[in-house]
Ligand binder design. Structure first.
Ligand SMILES: NC(=O)c1ccc[n+]([C@@H]2O[C@H](COP(=O)([O-])OP(=O)(O)OC[C@H]3O[C@@H](n4cnc5c(N)ncnc54)[C@H](O)[C@@H]3O)[C@@H](O)[C@H]2O)c1
Length: 471
C-alpha cells in the first residue's frame, strides 16, 4: 500500500489508502441475505427465554425470512406475553423447555436464558437433535466446559453457535483482515473498555429487584447465577482480542471490587484485567459502573470500544447498537524515522545523542474511517455517482462525516445461524470460539477472586469430578 509520510492526507492519497482497505474488506465477503424464501425452506425454530435479549433478537428475527418461529418458552407469564407480541404469528407456547424440545417440527432453538442455565438447556437441545444458537457465554462452570465439548463431539452435524455478534460484523472482519495482512504492522496490544454510569443511568437489568437471590430477574447480580461484568461485558471484548491475536490467552491477572452498588449483590461493580497471549501480546481491559466516558472516536461515543494497536497503525472500533451503529477508525503511525548520522547532525548544528536515532514527530494523526461496501468503486457508477463517492470518502477523511456499518451484525449473525442449519455446519462462532470465550470468563473471575495469575491450561484439570458423577 502506498501511503504518504504526511498524516494529513491529500485527496488522492486518501482514496488510495481507503481503496486498500475496501479491497481488503471485499475479500471478506458479507453473507448474502435472501429476502424471499419458500415456506418449507425456512428453518423452523423455537425460542427459550423471552426476556430482554430474547425480545431484542426476536425484533430482528421476525424480519429474517430464512427462519420461522414456531414455538416460544419462558418460565414467566409476563415475558411470554411480551415475546408473543414481539414475534407475532401464532407460535406454540411452553413454560417447560422439555416440552418445546419434544416437538418434532422444531429444527433449531435459541437459548436466551440466564447464564447458569445455558449448559443444561444446550445439552438437552443437542440430545433432542436440535441446532442450537446459545447466547454468550456458552457455559458457566468448569465441569460444563468438558461436558459440552463431549456433547458437541457427539453431535457433529448440529450447529452450535455462540452469540458473539462482533464476529459477524463487516468492520470487525475487515480489521481482522488488516491485522492478518500486516497493514497495522505487528499487533502487540489491544485495549478495551466497557464503562457505564449506573448511578446516573441505571440499567434495569443490573438493578436489584425485590426478592434478592430468590428472584430470577436478579440473576445478573448474584454469583450463583452470573459471571458478573466479566461474563456480560468482557466476554465480547476478550473474544475480539483472541480473534485479532489468533489465539486464546496464556494467562490472566486482575482486580475486581464492589465499591459503589452495595445493595446486596455479590458481583463486582468494577474490574480491571490484563491478559497475556502466547506471543507476548496483551489485552488490557477495564469495566467500571460509575462513568460512561469513552475517549475513542474523539469522545463522540460512550461506554464501549476496543483499540487494536500495531507498529504501523491503530484501529478504534465499536459494535454499537440499533441506534449507534458499528464504526471503525484507522490511525496510521508516524512514518519510520530516518537514522541521522552524527556527522549529518553536527553539520546541521542540531542537538543530538551520538549513535541514537533522531525521531521526527509528525503531530496530530487524523483518523481514516473504514469504508462499507456502499463506498466501494464498482465502475458501474455514473460520473456523478463516482464523484459523490469521492466526496463522501473525502468528508470522512476529514472527520466531517462518520461512516457506519450498513448491516447490524446481529442480523448477520442470525442469518449465519440459519445458513449453518441448512448446511449442517457452524459458520461463525463455533464451539471452540464460544468455549475459549467462556473459559476466559471463568478464569478471569478466578484470577480476581484468588488474586493470582491464572494460566489458561488450568481449565483442563478443573471440574473433572462433577463430570464423572454425571456420566
Ligand atoms: N450478545 C449480546 O450482546 C447479549 C446482550 C444481552 C444479553 N445477552 C445474553 O442473553 C442471555 C439472556 O439475557 P437477558 O438480558 O435476556 O436476561 P433476562 O433476565 O432479561 O431474560 C432471561 C429470560 O429467561 C427466562 N428463563 C430463565 N430460566 C428459564 C428456563 N429454565 N426456561 C425458560 N426460560 C427461562 C427468564 O424468565 C427470562 O424471561 C444472557 O446469557 C445474556 O448474557 C447477550
Amino acid at each position: 500500500m502506498n501511503i504518504t509520510p504526511d498524516n494529513d492526507l491529500t485527496r488522492r492519497d486518501f482514496v488510495k489508502a481507503a481503496g486498500a482497505v475496501t479491497a481488503v474488506a471485499a475479500t471478506v465477503g458479507a453473507p448474502a441475505i435472501q429476502k424471499v424464501r419458500a415456506a418449507n425452506d425456512r428453518v423452523q425454530y423455537g425460542i427459550i427465554g423471552t426476556g430482554s435479549r430474547g425480545n431484542y433478537l426476536m425484533k430482528h428475527l421476525k424480519d429474517i425470512d430464512s427462519g420461522q418461529c414456531v414455538a416460544i418458552c419462558d418460565i414467566q407469564d409476563d415475558n411470554i406475553k411480551k415475546g408473543l407480541a414481539t414475534i407475532g404469528g401464532s407460535p406454540k407456547v411452553f413454560k417447560d423447555y422439555h416440552e418445546l424440545l419434544a416437538q418434532k417440527d422444531i429444527e433449531a432453538v435459541f437459548v436466551l436464558t440466564p447464564l447458569f442455565v445455558h449448559y443444561p438447556l444446550t445439552h438437552d437441545a443437542l440430545e433432542a437433535g436440535k441446532h442450537v444458537f446459545c447466547e454468550k457465554c456458552l457455559v458457566f462452570k468448569p465441569h460444563e466446559v468438558h461436558a459440552l465439548r463431549a456433547d458437541a463431539a457427539a453431535h457433529p452435524n448440529q450447529v452450535l453457535q455462540t452469540g458473539l455478534q462482533r464476529r459477524s460484523s463487516y468492520f470487525y472482519q475487515t480489521v481482522k483482515q488488516m491485522v492478518d495482512k500486516g497493514i497495522l504492522g505487528d499487533v502487540h496490544h489491544v485495549h478495551a473498555q466497557w464503562h457505564r454510569n449506573m448511578i446516573n443511568k441505571p440499567s434495569s437489568l443490573w438493578t436489584m429487584k425485590p426478592g434478592g437471590e430468590s428472584n430470577i430477574n436478579n440473576w445478573r447480580v448474584y454469583r450463583s447465577m452470573s459471571g458478573g461484568l466479566t461474563a456480560e461485558l468482557t466476554s465480547h471484548q476478550v473474544d475480539v482480542a483472541d480473534w485479532m491475536f489468533g489465539s486464546a490467552p496464556e494467562f490472566v491477572m486482575g482486580l475486581g471490587s464492589l465499591d459503589t452498588l452495595k445493595d446486596g449483590r455479590d458481583v463486582w461493580d468494577n474490574i480491571q484485567l490484563i491478559y497475556k497471549y502466547p506471543k507476548g501480546q496483551k489485552l488490557t481491559y477495564s469495566s467500571v459502573s460509575t462513568s460512561s466516558f469513552c475517549p475513542y472516536f474523539n469522545g463522540s461515543r460512550a461506554e464501549m470500544a476496543e483499540m487494536i494497536m500495531g507498529t504501523d497503525g491503530a484501529i478504534e472500533i465499536t459494535v454499537g447498537d440499533d441506534v449507534n451503529h458499528c464504526i471503525a477508525w484507522w490511525y496510521r503511525e508516524p512514518p519510520k524515522a530516518a537514522t541521522v548520522s552524527a556527522a549529518d547532525a553536527k553539520k546541521k548544528a542540531e542537538p543530538f545523542v551520538a549513535g541514537a536515532t533522531m525521531v521526527s514527530t509528525s503531530g496530530v494523526v487524523k483518523p481514516i474511517p473504514i469504508m462499507t461496501t456502499d463506498l466501494e468503486f464498482t465502475n458501474d457508477e455514473s460520473f456523478f455517482g463516482r464523484e459523490g463517492k469521492f466526496a463522501r470518502r473525502w468528508l470522512m477523511s476529514k472527520g466531517i462525516l462518520a461512516q457506519e456499518e450498513a448491516d447490524n451484525p446481529v442480523d448477520v449473525e442470525l442469518e449465519h445461524f440459519f445458513e449453518g442449519c441448512r448446511a449442517a455446519k457452524t459458520i461463525v462462532s463455533p464451539i471452540e470460539i464460544g468455549m475459549n470465550d467462556a473459559i476466559a470468563v471463568i478464569l478471569s473471575n478466578l484470577a480476581m477472586d484468588e488474586g493470582r495469575k491464572v494460566y489458561f491450561n488450568e481449565i483442563e484439570t478443573m471440574g473433572l469430578e462433577p463430570d464423572k458423577k454425571r456420566t
